[in-house]
Design a protein. Structure first.
Length: 403
């Protein structure tokens, strides 16, 4: 299937694009290239990250810079996301840290979502200021709040939609068009939605980032991350984050992620349909105080979810009348759900995200923010990552745990 062909649906492209029979062997399944080093012709010049205009086109020299298996994954991801270019990294966190450190310098200002993956929040608020970068955390679901914080030196706005763990949404299209006016870049962490559900670049974002560890690999057995965007932006990021941070994806990880992502579409369809019916069922359960799921009409941003999501995702967050008791039951009594962090596996996972714990470990709320978070999330939420088990088995287990 030709690299740039748009004749096929994304479902077909996910298994077929950039997977042609290999020269010589005619093998269909991609081979893994393990070599760290590649012979090169000195006539072509001595390479360094500084000297090469487009690192993705440079000959293979050293796997820390590029590797044929990693390249193949990057091309396939870019194709699925509708991006010109992609850089993969050792973890999702490396992708985001690499993006921030490539784009931001002393004196710059970064805006992040006030509810987002804890590692990103902590890195942005606790580490970046040491490098002279100022950071403001705002509720990015309210675009006027974001715009009111944009300053002359605001280089980047980084959002998560849906956000981890409260599943709030940000209107990518509206925010991107406003930010273009001030020349501020927008990056979107779309780990929860994947390209199956939302393609942020098509809505005007400059970057999309993923933790490939989650749904895209989808089997809970490999770490990875990706940054996607225009060729010129990605050249800058590749030269800095790709080479100097050293958080390169290994060939083995790239190969596993490629195999996982071939089933991304059917997996997402199955688990999103299961999540929607479980969220609907949970909403009527007497022990459940509130369900946060973008596919429910009760979600405060349901209209936006319908506009920018084709499915509503595999993550459900819900409040219960006694979070300590229900957490203990998940830990001690569940047979189908695993009580574990992370998301996006074939197996269903559950974890309690308690407001006080998040406050102490990550958010360090002001009084006002603490009150706002509590008003929305109470004592905290049980976060479910729905897997590929039968919906009825998951529901039966939830019935038992919520008895
Ligand atoms: C939304 C989101 N972004 C990024 C990350 C970081 O990804 P990784 O664990 O691959 O470093 C996570 C991890 O949970 C996440 O939930």
């Amino acid at each position: 299937m030709s690299a740039k062909s748009n004749r096929y649906t994304p479902e077909t492209a996910a298994v077929r694009a950039f997977v042609d029979p290999e020269m010589g062997t005619q093998a269909i399944s991609p081979s893994m290239v393990m070599s760290v080093n590649h012979c090169f012709d000195p006539q072509q010049g001595a390479f360094s990250a500084q000297g090469v205009e487009d690192l993705s086109e440079a000959p293979y020299l050293y796997a820390g810079w590029s590797n044929p298996t990693v390249d193949q994954l990057e091309q396939r991801l870019a194709h699925l996301e509708g991006a010109e270019a992609c850089l993969t990294t050792a973890t999702g966190m490396a992708a985001i840290a690499g993006l921030f450190l490539s784009l931001l310098k002393q004196g710059d200002h970064l805006i992040i979502s006030d509810v987002c993956y804890a590692g990103v929040y902590e890195f942005a608020t606790q580490v970046l200021p040491d490098y002279g970068i100022t950071v403001t955390a705002v509720d990015t679901s309210d675009i006027t709040q974001v715009l009111s914080e944009v300053r002359k030196n605001t280089k980047l706005v980084h959002i998560e939609t849906p956000s981890n763990p409260l599943l709030t949404l940000t209107d990518i299209k509206a925010l991107a068009s406003e930010l273009k006016k001030s020349g501020t870049l927008l990056s979107v962490d779309a780990t929860f939605s994947t390209p199956v559900i939302t393609k942020p670049l098509a809505f005007g974002a400059d970057f999309v980032v993923h933790s490939l560890t989650k749904f895209i690999n989808g089997h809970g057995d490999v770490l990875g991350g990706a940054i996607l965007g225009s060729k010129s932006h990605l050249n800058q990021v590749r030269a800095r984050a790709g080479v100097y941070l050293g958080a390169t994806l290994s060939a083995q990880s790239a190969w596993l992620i490629m195999r996982g992502m071939e089933t991304l579409y059917p997996r997402m369809k199955t688990l999103c349909s299961s999540a929607l019916s479980l969220a609907t069922w949970l909403e009527h359960h007497p022990r459940v105080k509130r369900v946060l799921y973008p596919g429910l009409a009760s979600h405060h941003q349901f209209a936006l979810a319908q506009q920018q999501m084709t499915l509503f995702g595999g993550i459900i967050a819900f409040q219960v009348d006694d979070i300590d008791l229900i957490q203990q039951r998940f830990v001690n009594e569940s047979h189908v759900f695993y009580y574990a962090f992370s998301i996006g596996h074939q197996r269903s996972l559950a974890v309690a995200m308690k407001t006080d714990e998040l406050d102490q470990s990550t958010y360090h709320f002001t009084e006002e923010k603490r009150a706002a978070f509590r008003a929305f999330a109470g004592d905290g939420v049980i976060r479910l990552s729905i897997g590929l088990e039968a919906t009825e088995d998951l529901q039966q287990e939830l019935e038992h745990l919520l008895r």
